[in-house]
Design a protein around this ligand. Structure first.
Ligand code: CTP
Ligand code: MG
Length: 241
């Protein structure tokens, strides 16, 4: 039997680039907070067993959005943990809050609260490929635009090769204990890792790149939110017809 996986969902950011009063993960989209869409996308996969949502300290928005019924969302358990000053600190707190029956060598997923448009096929692909890798795997996509290196004056200094360059997405999938150690180690070294893979790479480990859909974009600016709302409305239209 395949063991289910737990997910850590960092949702303790302030959304500075988005610029709204309410952090982006709590903004209403089609009648529910963005975070609910993200949990729904994750829990749609039968092998996802539960989630630790990492929220800000005294996060009134989390309390107010009241997503859980008897500690569950869509019938699966959700625990809350308190976030830290950086994404990595938040993720580490989340991993530490995983239930005790998630074993040291069990794979866990980490998925941004701000990526609500994750598809079931991508979760399946990541789980399938990641389980075959000793270290784990991340969803990512090759860079498609031409890359320019800017000079101080805003002029172009050079065109960089994009071959072998990928954009890292989430979910990212690692074993509980190794991920804990990698995040702790980066923290102690004072290095701010911007994703889990980077923490693993620092220890000489080489996570697998699994090509995921571009649809799994991160909501960073209001334009991204408008795109997600449009996608949702199209899905609803196609369900109606
Ligand atoms: N996050 C977190 N704890 C932090 C910082 C970020 O849990 N200290 C979470 C965010 O809530 C988000 C995910 O990490 O779901 C990805 O981060 P990002 O998109 O950068 O969100 P913010 O940090 O909130 O946005 P910004 O960088 O624009 O401030
Ligand atoms: Mg951020």
């Amino acid at each position: 039997m395949i063991r289910g996986v737990w997910v850590v969902v960092p949702a303790a950011g302030r959304g500075t680039r988005f610029g709204s009063e309410t952090p982006k993960q709590y903004l209403d989209v089609a009648g529910r907070p963005l975070l609910a869409h993200t949990l729904q996308a994750l829990f749609a996969h039968p092998q996802v067993s539960g989630a630790v949502v990492v929220v800000g300290e005294n996060d009134g928005d989390w309390a107010a959005c009241d997503l859980l019924v008897d500690g569950k969302f869509d019938g699966k358990p959700v625990l809350a943990a308190v976030g830290g000053a950086t994404r990595a600190a938040s993720v580490l707190n989340g991993v530490n809050a995983l239930p005790g029956d998630v074993r040291a060598d069990d794979f866990v997923l980490v998925h941004d609260a701000a990526r609500p448009n994750l598809g079931l096929d991508d979760v399946q692909k990541l789980l399938d490929r990641g389980r075959e890798d000793m270290v784990g795997a991340i969803l990512a996509a090759p860079v498609r635009d031409t890359l320019k290196r800017a000079g101080d004056d805003g002029g172009i200094d050079a065109t960089e090769s994009r071959s072998r360059l990928w954009r890292a997405f989430t979910p990212q999938m690692f074993r509980r204990l190794q991920l804990t150690k990698a995040l702790e180690d980066a923290g102690k070294a004072g290095i701010e890792v911007t994703d889990e893979a980077m923490a693993m790479e620092r220890l000489g480990l080489r996570p697998l790149l699994v090509e995921g859909s571009e649809d799994n974009f991160k909501i960073t600016t209001p334009a991204d939110l408008a795109r997600f709302k449009f996608i949702l409305s199209q899905k609803q239209d196609s369900q109606r017809t």
